[in-house]
Ligand binder design. Sequence first.
Ligand code: ZN
Length: 253
Amino acid sequence: MSLAVTAQTLQTLHRMHRQLADLHERQAVGPRQVLARSAQLKAAEVALATIQGSVKQSKMAADQKQLQLRSSEAKIIDYETKLNASKTNREYQTLRDQIAADKMATSVLQDEILEALERIDTFKCGVSEAEAVVTKSKSLLVQVKTGVDQEEHTLHSEVARIVSAIGEVEQDLPNDSRETYQRTVKSKGADAMAAVESDSCGGCFQKLTGNTLAELTMARVVVCRNCGRLLYMPDSRLPKRVEADSISQKSGH
Ligand SMILES: [Zn+2]
């Protein structure tokens, strides 16, 4: 089936639709970059919260041990008072043993408290580092967002320009071809069209018949039977024709 639209018009439309698709692709890049930076910030915030949690837990553990230490020390004082008042040897010996055991426990607790305080100091360094990462991630996100917003502004006007240029060229489509063209473009975008490449469809690479090629060489547009793309012979392979130029001049930049 050949359409009453010239290869030159379709080639121009194909180029413009590819530009449009390219612009849409570039428009999709920005939000992806913002998303990636947001995820990075989120991860930095989680890391900060984790290390802050570790500081809090270590502090609580240290406080707990301090309490234990005080109670042990109080017990020792209590035993020592009782020791002085002890009446029997047996009682004296028992109290001395308890004091020795509690002093040992106290010394262990003191060591553990020191270790806990050292751990807290290490975690605090980690907190500063994690805070720096969060700050950096926040500023990177702002930077990327600003850049993307500016880029989007430019892309948006480029899209508007190309869409209006496409609309202008589409006015050259004869009524009977317009519907097929629009239906195909709606479902395939820039892939609605394909140039002939080495006597095959440039979209699906199906070999074309001699008849189809003959039609295409007459600057006619043919629907590819295999993939449904609107096929056209590229300008470079068409015999020189005067009428073709009116369209490329109108739509060229
Ligand atoms: Zn095809």
